[in-house]
Ligand binder design. Structure first.
Ligand SMILES: [Zn+2]
Length: 493
């Protein structure tokens, strides 16, 4: 045992130092067991995914979707805690033992407004359907559940002491569900978190993206006749413009990679009335969440100065705030090795024909070849992406790794009708099974090599820095449970 431990440790160190791919030995017998287990649930998984796809639900309103996934997990023997973090559709499902490593798998569930589309290679919205799974979260949720059920069965068979969890995470599309779950300390005792996302290629690259805070600034002045009694008015719009002016000057004196964008959501109603109310909507982004927090404080100072100088008052509301992804190379390389072990999805002639037809509708000339869906892209670590997601917060409280599989036709971007379309076909389902298998093998491999988990944690601690303390960028605001009920675009990333 001692010797085994030493070997595992040495392997882990080699992996960490030289990045030589997968380390721990998960026997081929165990690998086969897990893959078979996913295969035996694949038909049911497909049913669940298509049921969610046919009845898409918007952020924080995923009542049926969340209940369906919870039911699947409950039937498989998971214990469910629902309505966590003050979010009715959020849940944590647990199976396994209370001692041993705890590995969590994320399951996103929300759809997008206005993305209704049939499973056809030409544009065909489904009448009376207000939303669509244009980001593939119906696959995301059901694939993660499939992986977790396979792991649970395997833990039972092997008698291994470990715990598997599924985090049902609502409202990724701008509602920041995971941020509230992290703030509620639901990941406190998690050793490693894994997730995947539908895509148009197969890869386990681990990249950074941008942390982001968004807020609405509201100025309050005094209305007056703009020509007859301007001296009695105090313009909220003047304050708003003064704030924008100061923030625009500030751009010269912030770190290089800071992005600040704003729109004016209310600038008054008529030129002959001094505006008593004005509102702007700001985003601040940077790869480091701590820089975002600092710059956001300075933006607030600009609002304060603008109000002071114009004789108005102001308040602000943080709409959303997410950390950037803190990538983990140790976990990424294991995920990559397992993805290669499983291999990309194989398409039938019929699926190829669908893909060919659908690809003709995609904009742009340099589209990737259809055969790229049959490859695994080269592994990359720490590339810079410019998007933002609420998985970022998870990556700063537990080591996190991700995975993409081809569930869409090569060249398809997320949030398009073409993504909704492919997600409703066997192309989407096949990619999901590849993801479920890859996740299952990766979790099992980590369970059998606690030292690799320790190495991943070591890397995580080093990347965060010794003085890091998690402070959510949303501050103390409550989950915006109604954000998709009013203006449908409010708070999107
Ligand atoms: Zn998504």
């Amino acid at each position: 045992m001692k010797r085994l431990y030493a070997v595992a440790k040495a392997t882990a160190i080699v992996l960490y130092l030289y990045g030589t791919g997968s380390s721990a030995e998960l026997s081929t017998e165990n690998q086969a067991k897990l893959m078979k287990s996913v295969d035996s649930y694949a038909a049911r998984m497909s049913e669940v995914a298509l049921k969610i796809w046919s009845a898409p639900e918007l952020g924080y309103q995923e009542t049926k979707t969340s209940a369906l996934l919870q039911d699947e997990l409950r039937k498989a023997g998971f214990k469910i805690e629902a309505g966590v973090a003050g979010i009715p559709t959020a849940f944590v499902a647990r199976a396994g033992t209370s001692d041993g490593p705890v590995i969590a798998i994320l399951a996103e569930i929300d759809a997008l407004p206005g993305m209704s589309q049939a499973a056809t290679p030409e544009r065909k919205p489904i009448p009376d359907q207000i939303a669509g799974h244009a980001c593939g979260h119906h696959l995301f949720g059901s694939g993660s559940v499939a992986a977790a059920i396979a792991i649970k069965t395997w833990l039972q068979e092997t008698g291994m002491k470990a715990q598997i969890r599924v985090y049902g995470t609502p409202a990724e599309e701008g509602g920041g569900g995971k941020v509230y779950m992290v703030r509620a300390e639901l990941f406190k005792d998690v050793d490693v978190t894994l997730y995947w996302h539908p895509g148009d290629a197969n890869n386990a690259s681990q990249d950074r993206n941008l942390a982001n805070t968004s807020a609405k600034f509201r100025f309050h002045g005094q209305a007056s006749h703009a020509a007859v009694a301007p001296d009695r008015g105090r313009s909220a719009l003047d304050a708003l413009e003064a704030m924008n002016f100061m923030v625009n000057y500030m751009r010269e004196h912030v770190p290089q990679d800071v992005r600040i964008h704003y729109v004016i959501t209310n600038g008054g109603a008529a030129p002959n009335v001094v505006p008593e109310f004005a509102e702007s909507y700001y985003y601040v982004r940077h790869p480091d969440p701590r820089v975002v927090a600092e710059v956001f404080e300075r933006v607030k100072k600009a609002a304060e100065g603008a109000a002071l100088g114009t004789g108005t008052t102001f308040d602000y509301e943080v709409i959303n705030g997410v950390y950037s992804i803190l990538p983990n190379d140790v976990l990424g390389r294991i995920m990559d090795a397992n993805l290669r072990r499983i291999g990309p999805p194989a398409w039938t002639a019929e699926e190829m024909a669908f893909a060919e037809k659908l690809q003709k509708t995609l904009p742009g000339k340099n589209l990737p070849a259809l055969t790229s869906a049959k490859e695994v892209t080269k592994y990359r670590f720490n590339g810079q992406k410019y998007s933002s997601t609420d998985s970022g917060d998870v990556s700063w409280v537990t080591p996190l790794a991700t995975l993409n599989t081809a569930t869409w036709v090569p060249g398809t971007a997320a949030h398009t009708w073409q993504a909704t379309a492919a997600g409703g076909t066997s192309i989407g389902l096949k990619g999901t099974i590849v993801a479920a298998k890859t996740l299952a093998l990766t979790v099992a491999e980590l369970y059998t090599s606690p030292d690799v988990i320790q190495t991943a944690k070591g890397e995580f601690d080093k990347s965060r820095g010794p003085s890091f303390v998690y402070k959510p960028l949303i501050g103390d605001r409550q989950p915006p449970l109604d954000y998709r009920k009013g203006s449908p675009s409010a708070g999107t990333e």
